[in-house]
Every structure is written in structure tokens, then in C-alpha cells.
Design a protein around this ligand. Structure first.
Ligand SMILES: CC(C)(COP(=O)(O)OP(=O)(O)OC[C@H]1O[C@@H](n2cnc3c(N)ncnc32)[C@H](O)[C@@H]1OP(=O)(O)O)[C@@H](O)C(=O)NCCC(=O)NCCS
Length: 327
């Protein structure tokens, strides 16, 4: 089975599948059909994403996606959905065989998937998947933000750390790059993920990611807290896809280990929220994902008004072992 190029009718069938997957877990797609299609196309034209579909009587009944990121890591992410009435006939296995073969042929040694369906969790465990993280996808409606609390967090940060300031940039400035990427690597290593190694991000990789965002038309806004001695103590990143005009995605937030527990994460998250409102008056919500055992991050997000939407179990597979299991 080969990866497919989809025509116009296929895109609406795939979007219907995507919507069915959301409905099954009690949510709705964030992206419109146009945004869904554009997102897939930009990733696939970069060779970062491949997809396969299963058809019955010309109707698309299942779809699998393989996301290979920047191809500089040996880990790929996949997603799979088969319509409920077509399950237990081997369709998922057939899609997965093609997907894992493609991953292996591209040097991808590990595969990661986020599962929100009990039956799929059982399948992952039977196929040798290792549960690495439980995460919750959360949404914050900007109308529900307790703004006085946000202001208090900024004021407390400025009061308790005189001389420290929030920096904001889209492209990582050369002069900050070394410090910023070292801090990023440190905080990434501390995100609870059951031993999944975090690849170190060189400036070349970072520049390639910046270009990939720009090619897709996404905006990437980065924030850092700079201490009076010039060191960086915290960072936060958000992204905006103009095709999902009313939403912003909050990515990583992190604080240097020696500075934790002193309100710096609250300060930088508050500064990010204020920035989003000024920069994007049309944005009504922020989405994020947090590991369920990340006590401080979950606490901060709850205090900001983030509401739980979907719970997922993240499984990691050794690609070769997974392929052997599929037969
Ligand atoms: C998550 C992280 C950014 C928090 O940084 P921090 O400097 O400790 O955060 P702050 O001091 O601003 O605020 C922490 C809040 O969490 C609370 N908290 C701390 N530990 C907690 C725990 N185990 N359970 C619940 N709440 C906890 C604190 O009480 C505080 O809230 P409060 O002031 O209302 O009491 C930091 O631990 C980190 O960088 N971790 C690694 C990277 C990471 O996991 N990032 C999140 C993934 S997106």
C-alpha cells in the first residue's frame, strides 16, 4: 500500500473521518476543512508527513498519518482512524503495515501515538507499545481568563525580580541562541515523559524549524525572562496558524531548575496571555497539552482557567518490533 495524494473529494471524506474521530471522543475539530487540508498539504509537500487511506466501494473508511518532524530525529508520530462500522476487519493492521514500513525505510526507529480510546490502548499494549505519558489537552476561553490574577502575576514577577524583563521575539536572535537553546534542552529534559530521550536542538535545527513554520504561514512567538545579569531563567512559546484564526497554541513553558518555585512560570505565562490579546484581537481561545503528572504546570493552567478537553495516553513503539508484531 503506497502513501496517497488526495483529490478534492477525498479531502472532504478525510475531513469527515477527522470529524468522526473528534465526535467519538466528545470534541470538535479545531480546524475548518480548508485549514485541515492546507495543514496536511504543507507538511506533505515538505516530505514531513505521509498518509494512507483505506477504501471500501470507493468510500474512504480509514486513514493513517505518519509525521516525521524535521527528519533530524529518529522518532515519528502517527495517527490512525477507522470508521466504527468498519472495524475488526484488519483495515487498521493493513494501514499500519504500510506506515511502519515507510517509517523504517526512512530510518525512523521509534514511533509515538496519542490514544484516547480504551480499545486502542489495549491494542497498543498487545503490540508492545510502552505507555510513556498521560496527557490532557486543555482549552482556555479568553473571555473566562481571570485578568486581575494575570495582572497580579506580572506585577509580582516585576516586584520580586527587579531588573528582570520579558523578551519577545519570533526569530531566535543569534546573540541569545546559545543560552536559549541550552535552557530549552534543560527544561525539555524535565517534562515528565517516562524516559523518552529528548534530542538536543542545534541552531541549525532551530533555523530549519523556523523556516518550516514560515513556509506553512504559521507564526511562532517566543518569550524569555532575562535576569539582570543577562542569563535567561524562563521561556515560553506559542504558535498561530492564520487558517485557525481564532485559536493560538501554547507550546512549551519552562523555568531553569535553580529558579523554579518563585513565580517565574506564572509571570511568563501571564505575559504571553496579555501579548496574545494585543497581537490577535480575533483570538478567542488558547489550547495546550500537559502531562497529567506535571503538578506545577497543571496548577498554573487551572488557575488561568484552562478547561480539560481530551485525555490521551502516549505510547512509544520500537518500530522494528512493532512491524514484526503486525505480521
Ligand atoms: C512547570 C514549570 C515551568 C513550573 O515552573 P515554576 O517556576 O516552578 O512555576 P511557578 O513558581 O511560577 O508556579 C508554580 C505553581 O505550581 C504550584 N506547584 C508546584 N508544585 C506543584 C505540585 N507538585 N502540584 C501542584 N502544584 C504545584 C506552585 O504552588 C505554584 O502555584 P502557586 O504559586 O499558586 O502556589 C517548571 O517546573 C519546569 O520548567 N518544568 C520543566 C518543563 C515543563 O515540564 N514544562 C511544562 C510542559 S509544557
Amino acid at each position: 500500500m503506497d502513501p496517497v495524494q488526495l483529490d478534492e473529494a477525498d479531502w472532504s471524506a478525510c475531513y469527515a473521518l477527522h470529524s468522526a474521530a473528534h465526535a467519538e471522543r466528545g470534541s470538535r475539530p479545531n480546524a475548518s476543512q480548508a485549514a485541515y487540508r492546507a495543514g496536511h498539504l504543507s507538511l506533505s509537500s515538505d516530505g514531513q508527513q505521509l498518509f494512507w487511506v483505506a477504501r471500501e466501494d470507493d468510500r474512504i473508511i480509514g486513514k493513517a498519518d505518519l509525521y516525521l518532524g524535521d527528519q533530524l530525529t529518529d522518532r515519528g508520530r502517527f495517527a490512525l482512524y477507522v470508521l466504527a462500522e468498519h472495524r475488526r476487519r484488519g483495515t487498521a493492521t493493513e494501514l499500519l503495515r504500510a506506515l511502519v514500513d515507510a517509517a523504517l525505510s526512512r530510518g525512523c526507529e521509534q514511533l509515538v501515538v496519542g490514544i484516547d480510546h480504551a480499545d486502542s490502548r489495549t491494542l497498543c499494549e498487545q503490540a508492545g507499545g510502552e505507555l510513556t505519558q498521560r496527557v490532557t489537552i486543555r482549552t482556555l476561553a479568553l473571555n473566562d481568563v481571570p485578568w486581575p490574577r494575570v495582572d497580579t502575576w506580572v506585577e509580582a514577577g516585576e516586584r520580586d525580580s527587579p531588573g528582570a524583563r520579558v523578551l519577545q521575539f519570533d526569530r531566535l536572535p543569534d546573540e541569545l541562541a546559545g543560552d536559549y537553546l541550552r535552557l530549552m534542552e534543560r527544561v525539555q529534559a524535565d517534562v515528565p515523559r517516562a524516559g523518552t530521550p529528548v534530542p538536543s536542538v542545534s541552531l541549525d535545527v532551530r533555523r530549519a524549524e523556523e523556516l518550516a513554520y514560515a513556509r506553512r504561514g504559521w507564526r511562532w512567538h517566543c518569550f524569555a525572562l532575562q535576569e539582570p545579569d543577562g542569563t535567561l531563567s524562563a521561556l515560553a512559546e506559542v504558535s498561530h496558524d492564520p487558517l485557525i484564526a481564532d485559536g493560538v497554541h501554547q507550546q512549551i513553558t519552562g523555568v531553569a531548575p535553580a529558579q523554579r518555585g518563585r513565580g517565574r512560570a506564572k509571570w511568563i505565562k501571564a505575559a504571553v496571555l496579555k501579548d496574545i490579546c494585543t497581537r490577535y484581537p480575533q483570538v478567542t481561545r488558547v489550547t495546550t497539552n500537559n502531562a497529567d503528572d506535571n503538578g506545577p504546570m497543571v496548577s498554573i493552567n487551572r488557575q488561568l482557567g484552562f478547561v480539560d478537553r481530551v485525555q490521551q495516553a502516549i505510547y512509544r513503539f520500537d518500530a522494528a518490533g512493532f512491524r514484526a508484531h503486525l505480521g
